[in-house]
Design a protein around this ligand. Sequence first.
Ligand SMILES: Cc1cc2nc3c(=O)[nH]c(=O)nc-3n(C[C@H](O)[C@H](O)[C@H](O)COP(=O)(O)OP(=O)(O)OC[C@H]3O[C@@H](n4cnc5c(N)ncnc54)[C@H](O)[C@@H]3O)c2cc1C
Length: 401
Amino acid sequence: METEILIVGAGPSGAAAAVQLGQLGIKGVLLVDRDRFPRNKTCGSGLSPAALHVAEALGIGPELRARANPVVTVRFVTPAGEELRVPAHSAAVILLRKEFDNLLVERARSLGVHFRDGFRVTEAVEEDGRVVGVRGLDGSEIRARWVLFADGAHTLFSRDDRERRHIDALMGWWEGPGFEPGRLDMIFDRALSPLYGWLFPETATRVNIGICIDAQDEYGRKVPRDLRAVFQAFLDRHYPDVLRSARQVGGWKGHPIVHTTWITSVTRPGALLIGEAARLTHNGTGEGISQAMQSGIYAATAVAQLVRGEATENVAWRGYVQALRKRFTAGFAGGYLLRDLVASGALDTLARTYNSESFQRAIHWIVGAALTGSTSQDAPAPYGEARDAQRELSDGESRVA
Ligand SMILES: Cc1cc2nc3c(=O)[nH]c(=O)nc-3n(C[C@H](O)[C@H](O)[C@H](O)COP(=O)(O)OP(=O)(O)OC[C@H]3O[C@@H](n4cnc5c(N)ncnc54)[C@H](O)[C@@H]3O)c2cc1C
């Protein structure tokens, strides 16, 4: 079988690349995935504001708005146990990956992309050092002018020989009446430092809860630990009451999150790596959906240049790498800043300061002074109480009349 462009993997990176190629009017795009769709993916399914912007550009905004569960409040808990609540104003949402990934795939199909699920790729086919297609588990070959490898954390196609740094993540799902609707938790528990555990609200009554923790120490050595025991202790510490009245849905699921700071080795002659196959996740939070989709868009743009004869492969691939570095390197480096904030205790200090009465008073005073142009912001009399008393009085009078 032959196609112009082949995409291996229909997660957010591969499906986004397919959508973008469709949006650019490129024909002859085949998207394959080893699983039957819609399929589950072990993931918190949290879509950050960045992810929502990219999803909008990919044309699935209306469906997302109709189906996703908006985050109303974010509750941070620092390593010392200081709690910080921040209104989220629906700037982030949760939508099960089974639904989200399928939305992207359906959008790609509506734009003329061919989709073949249940097709497991086992190896790349190369000629003279150039990727010219792939071979499937059934032995069949798909040949293509360009291939995008979007097969996630366990990629078979990366030529990156640097050590594979990753975060271990373990999670489960619970259904029950006791969860605060729309509340997302990020708990920077000392046992997970400098990473965290989470609770993400999938619906009004169902949440997913998980932990992420560095798999390696600072020297890159695997840290031996019983992840299930760490997770159980986390649940016992943070959610003993609410989980007693909740029902667990399915079993716990674990999966690595592969990350890097310096983006490299994401191109091969005839092929690009995108999404987590290119290690594009945030090392401080484990976020990878927005990076996956964005890299898919950049890769589609590079391939479209080739199809239209606007650039040589060298130039297009170089443009792809530059776009990734420009978009992600500062954020990935910032991930280490977040890790330092957590590990050094600075997050505790920040939260304590933010929660303190004197800080709140100072902020009110500054905002008040800016709004009124006056340093005196106390009313001469308790207006609110006086007005309420007056209203009660006149209500009573009108009832009598
Ligand atoms: C527990 C956990 C929680 C997470 N929570 C969040 C979160 O809340 N928000 C967030 O932004 N990120 C989260 N992430 C990260 C996010 O899940 C990934 O970074 C993101 O899914 C990467 O997208 P991708 O398209 O590159 O790869 P994937 O989503 O992994 O998709 C790869 C696709 O390739 C297919 N495939 C693999 N091998 C083959 C093959 N040989 N042949 C054919 N097909 C193949 C797979 O079936 C799959 O569909 C989480 C990760 C974990 C592990």
